[in-house]
Design a protein around this ligand. Structure first.
Ligand code: SF4
Length: 212
């Protein structure tokens, strides 16, 4: 795929301008079957940026990230961790919903490396606009997209890490003093056998983020 770069405005005034431009992105084939681009949202002066994987079914229909069941759970966890939601911006590594049809149902499919690479310019533009202090990576897809394919969330979750020393393509990210923290994706809590323990683990990781 050609990638999103040619759709990214060179000097965006604000997130709203980026979001408007992303609505017309044709940087990879995912726009063809999805309903719409789901861009990030939150405070323009956010200190913490959350990065998930991709919009889900509900997000695809509403055009907003983290409005489905996983989003509700994440908001609860953010609250329980003591993070001020007014300091947050939340987005995804890939901005169109990737799915396959099974009967009448749209089943989530993990985005591939080509989709992540194609969509990266939007993430870079968001970071460069927001200049956050901390990036929280939700789940393996986001963490690998930004920290490299060998990164293991299970091994390194809940720890503040310097950025961009460990990042993939650090030159992409024009943010000097940023930290990263990886944790599980809230949808993994919803799928977990022991949901209470998984939820507590997510909140514990986010409490570390709250110290920044
Ligand atoms: Fe563009 Fe990203 Fe959507 Fe692909 S997934 S069309 S790169 S916004």
């Amino acid at each position: 795929p050609p990638g999103a770069q040619q759709w990214v405005p060179p000097q965006p005034r604000d997130i709203a301008e980026l979001k408007a431009a992303a609505a017309g992105c044709r940087g990879c084939e995912l726009f063809q079957d999805a309903t719409q681009t789901v861009f990030g949202r939150g405070a323009e002066d956010a200190r913490i940026v959350f990065v998930g994987e991709q919009p889900g079914d509900v997000e695809d229909q509403h055009g907003l990230p983290f409005v489905g069941p996983a989003g509700r759970l994440l908001r609860e966890a953010v609250d329980d961790a003591g993070i001020d939601p007014a300091q947050l911006y939340i987005t995804n590594a890939v901005k169109h919903f990737r799915f396959e049809m099974r009967g009448k149902r749209r089943i989530h499919q993990t985005p591939g490396p080509t989709h992540i690479t194609a969509c990266r310019p939007w993430l870079v533009a968001e970071f460069s606009r927001l200049q956050p202090e901390l990036v929280v990576l939700l789940g393996a897809t986001a963490a690998k997209a930004l920290l490299g394919p060998s990164f293991r969330v299970t091994r390194s979750r809940g720890r503040l890490m310097p950025w961009p020393a460990s990042a993939q393509h650090p030159e992409d990210f024009p943010v000097a003093e940023i930290q990263a923290l990886a944790t599980i994706h809230p949808s993994a809590v919803l799928r977990a056998d022991n949901r209470d323990a998984a939820y507590r683990g997510l909140v514990d990781d986010l409490k570390v983020a709250a110290t920044v």
